[in-house]
Design a binder for this molecule. Sequence first.
Ligand code: BES
Ligand code: MN
Length: 455
Amino acid sequence: MDSVITYIKSNFNSYVEELKEYIRIPSVSTTASYKNDVLRCADFVAEKLRTSGMTHVEIFPTEGYPLVYGEWLGQPGKPTVLIYGHYDVQPADPLELWTSDPFEPVIRDGKIWARGSDDNKGQNFIHIKAVEAFFKTKGTLPVNVKFILEGEEENGSESITKFIGKNRELLSCDAVLISDTSMYGPGIPTITYAVRGLLYMEVEVIGPDKDLHSGSFGGAVANPINELARIISQLHDKNGKVTIPNFYKKVQVISKAEKENFKRLKFSDKKYSKEIGVKELYGEKGYTTLERLWTRPTLDCNGIYGGFTEEGAKTVLPSKAAAKISMRLVPDQNPVQIAKDFIKHIKSLTPKTIKVNIKNMHHGLAAVVPFGSKALDAAATAGSKAFGKKTVFTREGGSIPIVVDFMNNLKAPVVMMGFGLDSDDIHSPNEHFHLENFEKGLYASAYFLDEFSKL
Ligand code: BES
Ligand code: MN
């Protein structure tokens, strides 16, 4: 292994340069105007897989964005790992809050700053380059490797979900490896064994059929923004619980053993609130912060709009208002059922004075990965070797909807070994990725392939 690690060290700077090229492609999947860039990014990834040494690389078109597949199956008898990642990114806005151009990566303070630097380009590029380093030093890989990269993760993963169901043979493997999560703290190798699910809804309320003068009409006509705000304010009770009927019905209670594990992680509310710049934390009564983040479902407004929001003051009673509302879900909540309950609940809160349209934008299930798989052990060992510390096991508040589909369709353990930090500002302005984690991630990926081959 020493030769592989040495090779990675001496080529690290060129990996950073290549990552910059990857990041310069603004592959924002949720915004239609970036379509050509997302497509261009798929080609870029395919080319990188080819030069990494994958022998069969294919771009599979879908109804949405293409899937990029690559494989090298030169070790019959050895296990196969399927490495998943996503080449699409979140929108960069609000642009004015970025210190440097979101799609022109710069290196500052040992970090690479740009949209996608962590989530997920930096993280998936790790595996592409680790594989390449193996080929360059040994001419072979210790295990069989398949890659699948999608371009719709930040927008619901619809196409890959369909694809997995129809291509079980192509994707068959002994483990799925995903680097799209965070480490518990700087320098701490981390395996994430659970992600929350997600249900994303849009609620539009409509009052008068056009904007009206707020003096001539205000007081006589219901204001859609006022009414929407009233509806939203009723979605939580005074204990921070979501008021949708049956919302908590299927929620699993966590075991004592897990609670103990959380305690061992020594989470500090004080440090956490300081890091994110809030005076005090807030959440569902009766639970610790880690429990709230990792094991409890939530409901949040992601955006609210309507009426006049430009500079100056315009007296207007708006015709419409809308909110984007998401719910993070936990096992065994069913997003389809909850969407129905949500719609019913919103309708029951809507006064006769306004119309309401409710849309389910996308949803995905929560996942908990069972302990005790050889792949998980191999990853824990690999992480420890790379970072020189014991690997810890965490859950995650965020979502990777495809995890459950991999588990159900491929019957293989899913290993989530991420190299980001919660402070990397993914989805926020000034996203960045620590070069140290990029480098140690490369080691961890190489060690994983080696450890996995020993099983
Ligand atoms: N990389 C994230 C998942 C994640 C979030 C990991 C936070 C660690 C910390 C992933 O790309 C993501 O953002 N997923 C979306 C999924 C959604 C759009 C279906 C999310 O969690 O919002
Ligand atoms: Mn991601």
